[in-house]
Design a protein around this ligand. Structure first.
Ligand SMILES: [Zn+2]
Length: 339
């Protein structure tokens, strides 16, 4: 009897120790890679389940922002573009900056090349090439070169914008809000990448609320990981919750969002609704139709030049059916949150 007990103890210890080893070894050998995602539809042997799934799940859910290697040095060279004297070149982006701003330029490029490129490829289905990024050191310079429609009084340190496929940043990493610049860079990168993908003439077929939605969606994945809680992360999601609970502000249908959310929006509530509902819509599409769904939608949109048709091709439903489902799901989430 005692013998059996010892054997059992030894076996249990062996399992615990060896599984600890497996975890550690994987932790140190697996290179962080956003493309490794557990594929739950693929049948796994029980062996696969024990060895592979837990570690991959953890690594896939880590926010990409935590994996940027800022010590990687991108070479600098001289430039003469829009009054910028220096540049650092990656594969997807070229950062233009003034002398003295080299550390920031290197950080900006690290975020775009190491974080942005993977995210854009995985969630949008395309990789940008040679997109210019300009680092403005004063608010006057920023408003002027970015042709920012909101004017100086609406610019804060760490802000950015991406008109016509170019990215402009105002004093990146100078802000007091932790992580702001990183999110802004990934966000503006989405706008610039989408502009490059569609081109100037076809860009208008992408509704503003989906353009903003994709940009915020990837911004939150970058900061909080792919399983972020929309009611927690979405900027001013309290408005969405109020809309569901009290009917004010009234949430917009997908058609209304497409009509009202375009260009620079001065009305604050409408602006937050466009961004909030836009992000939540993109989140919902990814949750329900898989992480390649937005990429399929964008490919479809480029061909059909009709966002409703492109969305239906991905979801198999009409826009109003999808709109209703999206609001129903939001209602359920708000109710669950209250419990
Ligand atoms: Zn935006």
């Amino acid at each position: 009897m005692k013998m059996i007990y010892y054997i059992l103890v030894a076996l249990t210890l062996g399992i615990v120790l060896s599984s600890g080893c497996i975890q550690q070894e994987k932790g140190s050998t697996i290179v962080p890679n956003t493309t490794i995602v557990p594929n739950i539809t693929k049948p796994l042997t029980s062996n696969d389940e024990i060895k592979v799934l837990p570690e991959q799940t953890n690594s896939a859910q880590q926010p990409p922002s935590s994996r940027i290697d800022y010590s990687h040095e991108y070479p600098a060279s001289s430039a003469n573009v829009n009054g910028f004297e220096m540049k650092k070149t990656g594969s997807g982006f070229v950062v233009y900056y003034h002398p003295g701003d080299e550390t920031n330029a290197n950080k900006v490029l690290a975020i775009l090349e190491q974080g942005g490129l993977n995210l854009y490829k995985k969630y949008l289905g395309f990789e940008p090439k040679d997109i210019p990024v300009y680092l403005a050191m004063s608010v006057d310079e920023y408003v002027k070169i970015a042709d920012f429609p909101g004017g100086k009084e609406n610019v804060a340190v760490g802000d950015g914008s991406a008109p016509n496929g170019k990215i402009y940043l105002y004093k990146p990493f100078g802000e007091n809000i932790p992580g702001k610049t990183g999110g802004v860079i990934i966000h503006e990168g989405v706008h610039a990448a989408a502009y490059q993908y569609f081109g100037q003439d076809k860009m208008r077929y992408l509704p503003g609320f989906l353009n903003e939605g994709m940009a915020h969606y990837l911004e939150y994945i970058f900061k909080a990981g792919p399983k972020f809680d929309p009611l927690d992360q979405i900027y001013h999601s309290d408005l969405l919750i109020d809309g569901i609970e009290t009917g004010s502000p009234k949430l917009l249908s997908l058609e209304e969002l497409a009509q009202k959310c375009d260009g620079y929006i001065n009305d604050e509530t409408l602006n937050f609704l466009c961004r909030g509902q836009g992000t939540y819509t993109v989140w919902y599409i990814n949750e329900n139709y898989g992480e390649g769904a937005m990429g399929k939608f964008l490919t479809n949109l480029k061909q059909t030049q009709n966002w409703q048709e492109a969305l239906s091709n991905v979801t198999g439903k009409t826009t109003s059916q999808s709109g209703q489902e999206i609001q129903d799901r939001l209602k359920l989430m708000v109710e669950q949150k209250k419990r």
